[in-house]
Design a binder for this molecule. Structure first.
Ligand code: TMP
Length: 202
């Protein structure tokens, strides 16, 4: 199963991913967690560039995101899924639609087509959108995305809400306590067939 976490910067995705990985491992599943951009040697180099180079244009940004993704899909995600490992990914294609599409204003149909070329058609089995009222990480000096401003973050968040109308998406209220968010995610995964997730803890 390919499980993706999405949301604007600072909503607590990483914490939830850590909790979920621990939970699934304790329940006896084979699990791998990874992230985008990144997840491979090439991807991590692209990530550094993407986050820090302020001279980068929007199309370059898009193509580097997709270069990272195609390398990631081919060398990490697909092989893991074929080996029956649960793959938990911090961001995937929906980040491109939310950030480059709704955030930067690029054409969504074009993005979908070029993204499909990058992924070879691989899609998440389930996507958790962690949504939080008015909360985003702001780092004015370094990270290009975190320094893009409140309007940008608001457009991305709105985009996510539209994307989340698709099937296999669950919007989780990230303003709840960490444990409550975790429990809700586990409940959804139980419903989707990960029955052992309840063998450990409550
Ligand atoms: P993060 O790992 O700290 O969330 O940083 C990754 C940043 O990259 C985040 O601000 C969202 C952005 N991003 C895009 O703009 N498009 C994409 O396709 C992906 C995967 C991430």
């Amino acid at each position: 199963m390919f499980i993706v976490f999405e949301g604007i910067d600072g909503v607590g995705k990483s914490t939830q991913i850590e909790l979920l990985v621990d939970r699934l491992l304790a329940a006896g599943y084979r699990v791998m967690s990874t992230r985008e951009p990144g997840g491979t040697e090439i991807g991590e180099k692209l990530r550094d560039l993407l986050k820090s180079d302020h001279s980068m244009g929007d199309r370059s940004e898009l193509l580097l995101m997709l270069a990272s993704r195609s390398q990631h899909v081919d060398s990490v995600i697909r092989p893991a899924l074929e080996g029956d490992t649960l793959v938990i990914c911090d961001r995937f294609e929906a980040s491109t639609f939310a950030y480059q599409g709704y955030g930067r204003g690029m054409d969504l149909d074009q993005l979908r087509a070029i993204n499909e070329f990058a992924t070879g058609g691989l899609e998440a089995d389930v996507t958790f959108l962690i949504d939080r009222e008015g909360s985003f990480r702001v780092n004015l000096d370094e990270d290009r995305f975190e320094s893009a401003g409140a309007d940008f973050a608001a457009r991305v968040r709105k985009g996510y809400k539209e994307l989340a109308r698709q099937v296999n998406w669950f919007t989780i209220d990230g303003d709840q306590k960490i444990g409550e968010v975790h429990r809700e995610i586990c409940d959804r995964l139980f419903d989707l067939g990960l029955a052992k997730i309840r063998d450990y803890g409550s």
